[in-house]
Design a protein around this ligand. Structure first.
Ligand SMILES: *Cc1c(COP(=O)(O)O)cnc(C)c1O
Length: 366
């Protein structure tokens, strides 16, 4: 079976180097926020083009602590997309604020700035944009709206390390950027890890406290925080992988290009947008007769996935928000039709071609 991602074969690309670095960390005896953690924070800040990057335990923590650092909580509303991984809106709920959803653009699957405007109330404090599947949201429009209404912007760039928007990196445009190094993300650790990026010194200091039980000085607690640490072993692994990261993005791009060339005549695929450099965290597009299509791929030994089958406004966990089916027609339609194909750096040319041929076979003879 061709998997959606192949973390094992991807790791082989630099296995020796990683094992050496991991062994050095274990022998060194410093396992949390050691020199490797500091280094990866510096490197990510430099790569994303921001002043500060702060290591955390996960991407979810980056969003949650980001909201907390901005002072968002009980009584506040935060606008976001209903078409994303659950963690985006879960974080809003975790700080006691109310997630308010706004429908997406059909072409990019990202939040629609025009829809954001209709959701702004006196209680709105922030917008969380998600650069879904590695394609940047319409940041110019969103930043303009935020400025006009005095709102903060958090970029959930958990799927979008390396994504560019008009030359700027995702995670460097809003007040805060959030990254995940979950193993299957563009830059994956061998475990959980995350990072928050910002240009604000004030936010940086707040995050440093919040990630360490509200403390800057040992046993002196200024506020109530959490434990969200960057593991030194993960930092060492990320440092090795970051060296090859642009090459890995090129590989992703080249696979996406191959899919596009092979399938553009029979399917509606994500178009290349000049100003928004896609990093293809997922290769997702819409199909009719999705069930039969997935079944056929499975018979032919090809994995496929639905990201995401249930939009967040229809999730049980948010039933108290009283959204109904039909509230976000574009999101709902796309959830019903979207599918993702395998895409990972070591996916061979032969397999890419086999996947294309199989898709063509089905589409021509459903
Ligand atoms: C993965 C992901 C997260 C959460 O990251 P974790 O590191 O798994 O906590 C948040 N938002 C989006 C869009 C994601 O894809």
């Amino acid at each position: 079976m061709i998997p959606m991602v192949d973390t094992k074969s991807d790791l082989k690309l630099y296995e020796k180097e990683i094992l050496k670095e991991v062994a050095a960390v274990i022998r060194g005896g410093e396992y949390i926020f050691g020199p490797k953690s500091k280094k990866i924070e510096e490197k990510i800040a430099e790569y994303v083009g921001v002043k500060y990057a702060l290591g955390l335990a996960s991407g979810t923590d980056a969003i949650t602590l980001g909201l907390k650092a901005l002072g968002i909580g009980e009584g506040d509303e935060v606008i976001t997309t209903p078409f994303t991984f659950f963690a985006t809106a879960e974080s809003i709920a975790h700080v006691g604020a109310k997630p308010v959803f706004a429908d997406i653009e059909e072409e990019t699957f990202n939040i629609d700035p025009k829809e954001i405007i209709t959701k702004i109330t006196i209680k709105t404090k922030a917008i969380i944009v998600v650069h879904l599947f590695g394609l940047a949201a319409n940041m110019d429009e969103i930043m303009k709206i935020a400025k006009e209404h005095g709102l903060y912007v958090i970029e959930d760039a958990c799927q979008a390390l390396g994504t560019r928007y008009k030359g700027k990196m995702a995670g460097s445009i809003g007040d805060i950027g959030c990254f995940s190094f979950y193993p299957t993300k563009n830059l994956g650790a061998c475990g959980d890890a995350g990072m928050l990026t910002t240009n604000s010194l004030e936010l940086k200091s707040k995050i440093i406290q919040l990630r360490n039980h509200g403390s800057l000085e040992r046993y002196i607690h200024n506020t109530v925080g959490i434990n969200s640490r960057l593991d030194e072993i993960q930092a060492a692994i990320l440092l090795v992988k970051l060296k090859y990261f642009e090459e890995l993005l090129d590989k992703r791009n080249s696979i996406a290009k191959t899919y596009y060339t092979g399938l553009k005549n029979i399917l509606k695929l994500p178009e290349y947008i000049q100003s928004r450099e896609h990093t293809y965290h997922q290769y997702s597009f819409r199909v009719e007769k999705r069930e039969g299509f997935m079944e056929y791929l499975k018979e032919k030994g090809i994995s496929s996935m639905i990201y995401y089958p249930i939009p967040l406004h229809l999730q049980k966990a948010f039933s108290h928000l009283n959204y109904q089916k039909g509230d976000f027609p574009k999101t709902e339609k796309i959830s019903d039709e979207i599918i993702s194909l395998p895409l990972y750096p070591t996916l061979s040319k032969t397999l890419q071609q086999y996947i294309i041929n199989t898709v063509v076979e089905f589409i021509n003879n459903p």
